[in-house]
Design a protein around this ligand. Structure first.
Ligand SMILES: O=C(O)C1=C[C@@H](OP(=O)(O)O)[C@@H](O)[C@H](O)C1
Ligand SMILES: C=C(OP(=O)(O)O)C(=O)O
Length: 444
């Protein structure tokens, strides 16, 4: 049904969506579990790890750092922990465009006392990391910027680590800075046996901190929390791994299929996430519900059907999306099928991710005829009066979510050409095959 070429993929106009999808593993859980297993004292079997660009850079980094891991079968791995100290003391580490690799590895390596250089793809060198570096410098880490101040590439040169006072870190650009400190700092000894982190500014993307705290607990590290502004960690502690840990399906990846069910009638069922999920993006189903879709969920699955209303149109919504920054992109494209103007608020962090997602989303939605208002931290989308075929295709800006989101536009009356579709490899290399398995072209 689709014609692939190296630089674009043509999706025909689609009439309906129906089927079941077994989700790939969560990116956020996979990379946290890999790093925590590597730092542990003991061996962890990791089941259903995500296999994508972001996890490959993490696995390669760990191997370079002297961590022994082996691929068992399917998506299962065994990781032998290094009890807090990486055997390799001098290394160049490539982090691609994985925020879940660069931020946690920077914190873990800055406290090692070795000599490490971290770099990524050109866009990674435009993604901020200064707030994390400021936090690490407060405890004595020696870190130099090798390019622009505040951004990778970085040179971590060891330093005398001494924690006596609370460490302050900004939380309003990315929650990954706090996640990085929470995962790395427990390794450091302090006189009091505790470490305090204070968050400066409003913490964004809070559910990702919940994932971090949940997984730390699974690895034997209990963090005390005073709201979202103060965290107290045990000091001088090496993680104790669970013998085995299972990576649940990716809730952000689920959003495309669930939205397809809502737009294309359904039922579309995803397996691997449900009520029991520890990922904040599971709350995407609340947004779909608000839009009038029929949502059912069990512990480990979700099923979505279209609206009951004879018009078949979703309801437009006005939503603060700070808690679901990734799945919110799916709402921006689902908004094309709503009965009025949808407003997505509190999403300023979109500007510093794989691309400037606010600008990219506005530009590409306009190509197919939508009315779009792009604010500093919000997006307002009005469905097209007349759908247009984006003749030069939908540009994806090397952003996996741009490519995946815009596949949904093919449920409109016209075919959609997705440029550079290979960018889905960041988190979901098989995305278009799986999407094809649930989508039916018009006239078939
Ligand atoms: O910690 C994580 O796993 C993530 C946190 C979020 O980033 P921000 O905290 O920068 O919003 C999210 O967008 C990203 O895809 C994954
Ligand atoms: C923002 C994202 O990725 P990263 O983990 O690189 O921040 C994302 O996957 O949407």
């Amino acid at each position: 049904m689709s014609t692939a070429s190296p630089d674009s993929l043509l999706l025909p106009a689609l009439s309906s969506a129906k089927g079941t999808v077994r989700l790939p593993g969560s990116k956020s859980i996979s990379n946290r579990v890999l790093l925590l297993s590597a730092l542990s004292q003991g061996t962890t079997v990791v089941r259903d790890l995500l296999d994508s660009d972001d996890t490959r850079v993490m696995l390669a980094a760990l191997r370079t750092l002297g961590v022994q891991w082996e691929h068992l079968a399917d998506r299962d791995y065994r990781v032998r922990g290094v009890a807090g100290r990486f055997p390799t003391r001098d290394a160049d580490i490539f982090v691609g465009n994985a925020g879940t690799a660069v931020r946690p590895l920077t914190a873990a390596l800055a406290l090692q006392g070795g000599d490490y250089r971290l770099s990524g793809v050109p866009r990674m060198h435009e993604r901020p990391i200064g707030d994390l570096i400021d936090g690490l410098r407060q405890v004595g880490a020696q870190i130099d910027y090798l390019g622009n101040p505040g951004y990778p590439p970085l040179h971590l040169r060891g330093g005398e680590i001494d924690i006596a006072e609370p460490i302050r870190v900004r939380g309003d650009v990315s929650s990954q800075f706090l996640t990085a400190l929470l995962m790395a700092l427990p390794l450091v000894q302090t006189a009091s046996g505790k470490i305090v982190i204070e968050v400066v500014g409003e913490l964004i993307s809070k559910p990702y901190i919940e994932i971090t705290l949940n997984l730390l607990r699974r690895f034997g590290i209990e963090v005390e929390q005073d709201g979202w502004s103060r965290f107290i960690l045990p000091a001088g502690r090496v993680c104790t791994p669970p013998a085995e840990i299972h990576v649940e399906g990716d809730a952000s990846s689920a959003s495309y299929f669930l939205a397809a069910g809502a737009i294309g009638g359904g039922p579309v069922r995803v397996e691997g996430v449900g009520h029991a999920s520890i990922q904040g993006d599971i709350r995407f189903i609340e947004a779909l519900n608000q839009m009038g879709a029929n949502v059912m969920a069990g512990e480990n699955w979700v099923e979505v059907r279209g609206v009951e209303d004879p018009s078949g149109r979703l309801r437009a919504i006005d939503l603060d999306c700070n808690h679901i920054p990734d799945a919110a992109m799916t709402l921006a494209v689902a908004a094309l099928f709503a009965d009025g103007t949808t407003t997505l608020r509190n999403i300023a962090s979109w500007r510093v991710k794989e691309t400037d997602r606010l600008a990219a989303m506005a530009t590409e939605l306009r190509k197919i005829g939508a009315g779009v208002e792009e604010g500093p931290d919000y997006l307002r989308v009005t469905p097209p009066v007349t759908w247009q075929e984006a003749r030069s295709g939908i540009d994806t800006y090397d952003d996996h979510r741009m490519a995946m989101c815009f596949s949904l536009a093919a449920f409109g009356p016209l075919p959609v050409r997705i440029n550079e579709p290979g960018c889905v490899g960041k988190t979901f290399p098989e995305y278009f095959d799986v999407f094809r398995s649930i989508a039916r072209p018009a006239g078939t």
